[in-house]
Design a protein. Structure first.
Length: 133
């Protein structure tokens, strides 16, 4: 069997810019070997697409303002609309100081998402245990 060809085309320069942005908050850990990402409470809040484009998860009001300010749109990945994520224009990735504000907003939003779903997960676990018995 032939090995699968990697579809990851993230340039070293884009990866370095992403890591520079993440480094602005030492409490954020970059994860992912193939697709670099960050997460809080199990909720991804930033990632680099396979082509090295930054995606940010933002709350509705910030998302609308961001899309208007930077003339961008909601992310569509593999034909699926990722309604919470915005595409960061390529030139903006190099402006770490400007993006740092959105990184904090994105993390805060992911933290809220994780908090809200705690009770749902608990109920789900109880339901699964009930089915097993």
């Amino acid at each position: 069997m032939a090995a699968k060809k990697s579809t990851n085309t993230i340039s070293a320069a884009k990866l370095a810019l992403y890591e520079k942005l993440i480094a602005t908050d030492p409490s954020i850990e970059r994860k992912g070997a193939t697709i670099p990402y960050t997460s809080a409470n199990g909720k991804m809040f930033t990632y680099l697409s396979p082509t090295g484009d930054l995606r940010l998860r933002l709350p509705p009001d910030e998302r609308v303002a961001f899309m208007k300010k930077y003339k961008t749109k909601v992310v569509v990945q593999h034909g699926v609309v990722m309604k919470d994520f915005v595409a960061v224009p390529p030139g903006l990735l190099a402006r770490t100081a400007e993006l740092k504000k959105y990184l904090a907003i994105s993390r805060g939003f992911a933290n809220q998402l994780g908090t809200k779903q705690t009770s749902t997960r608990s109920r789900s676990a109880i339901t699964k245990r009930g089915r097993q018995g």
